[in-house]
Design a protein around this ligand. Structure first.
Ligand SMILES: O=c1[nH]c(=O)c2[nH]c(=O)[nH]c2[nH]1
Length: 308
């Protein structure tokens, strides 16, 4: 092979590779009753990959095509118990079976389906749930594990019990103070587990997810809100206080503004008191983001959740 000359001033930095967005749908048959797991799995591997970048030798490269095949083969051979468990299994496989691969990161989006209830035969018809997308990211370096679970696109609204006033006013401030407003957001959240040692019993991933979502929604509903920031903190703190397996929570919450429409030109009074008519603005939107940590824990979830 011809030696490729190296640029003199260039040094290879962080690199990773793998097959992104493997869409895998697994049907499990239990007689006439079927079950669906519908995932989007992205594999990212790193390790001794200098040669492939610097000299073009592929001797250490497990093809991305193989990583794709592994995702499908594992779904068939081992099934998909939960996104987290499937990701752990894949990450362990890549790191332990390939000497040149020292770190595997598996990202999974899970789309949920619910059964179509009908009078006919069989239980094999489903409708895609329009609610949130469940997320999981599993990282393994041969020794430690990091599992971050989450969700996105969970839209929630409180039609009262929200105020926003007492804020700083400068010469550009026009926002009227609100003593009864709509509070709506599309929750994007991530939470990091303190399970890092593969020898220790792993959490029940599905139960944990269900409980985190329950606490998050209960805190949203039950918090009398003086700002979306306050509601966000209440949501995160409630998770930390109720779920001992979680050390860190991060939220990115767009404030989905609802503005009372001025109906005075039509002789109509429009206020919140007797049920208002609102304009639901899609942009621009306030964007409120924060991390809530267990006391003493280290922040590891990226600040920008689009990077996870
Ligand atoms: O809950 C809110 N937090 C803000 O920081 C803010 N800023 C704003 O204009 N409206 C709101 N609402």
């Amino acid at each position: 092979m011809a030696e490729i000359s190296r640029p003199t001033h260039a040094v290879l930095g962080q690199n990773q590779y793998g097959k992104a967005e493997n869409r895998v749908v697994k049907i499990t048959r239990d007689g006439a009753t079927h079950h669906i797991k519908d995932l989007n799995v992205s594999v990212s591997l790193s390790g001794d990959m200098d040669d492939v970048h610097l000299s073009g030798s592929n001797a250490n490269v497990l093809p991305t095509d193989t990583t794709k095949n592994t995702v499908y083969a594992f779904a068939k051979e081992h099934g998909i118990e939960s996104a987290e468990q499937f990701g752990i299994h894949l990450a362990r496989h890549f790191v332990t079976s390939q000497p040149a691969i020292h770190r595997a990161r598996i990202r999974i989006e899970e789309y949920s389906w619910e059964r179509i209830e009908h009078g006919g035969e069989g239980a094999h018809s489903f409708v895609r749930k329009g609610q949130e997308t469940r997320l999981a990211q599993i990282t393994h370096d041969g020794e430690n594990w990091e599992v971050v679970s989450g969700l996105k696109d969970l839209t929630v609204m409180n039609s009262t019990d929200s105020e926003f006033w007492g804020y700083v006013k400068d010469k550009y401030t026009t926002l009227p103070e609100a003593h009864d407003r709509i509070l709506a957001t599309e929750v994007s959240g991530r939470w990091r587990f303190n399970w890092t040692d593969g020898e220790q019993t792993a959490p029940d991933w599905d139960e944990s997810y269900a409980q985190v979502k329950k606490h998050m929604l209960a805190a949203f509903a039950e918090t009398y809100s003086l700002s979306l920031q306050q509601t966000l903190y209440a949501m995160g703190a409630r998770i930390i206080d109720n779920r001992g397996e979680i050390d860190e929570v991060r939220f990115s919450l767009p404030n989905k503004h609802h503005f009372l429409v001025d109906l005075a030109p039509f002789g109509l009074k429009n206020d919140t008191v007797d049920g208002g008519v609102y304009f639901a603005a899609d942009r621009p939107y306030g964007l409120i983001e924060a991390t809530i940590l267990r006391d003493g824990a280290e922040a590891r979830i990226p600040v920008d959740l689009t990077n996870l």
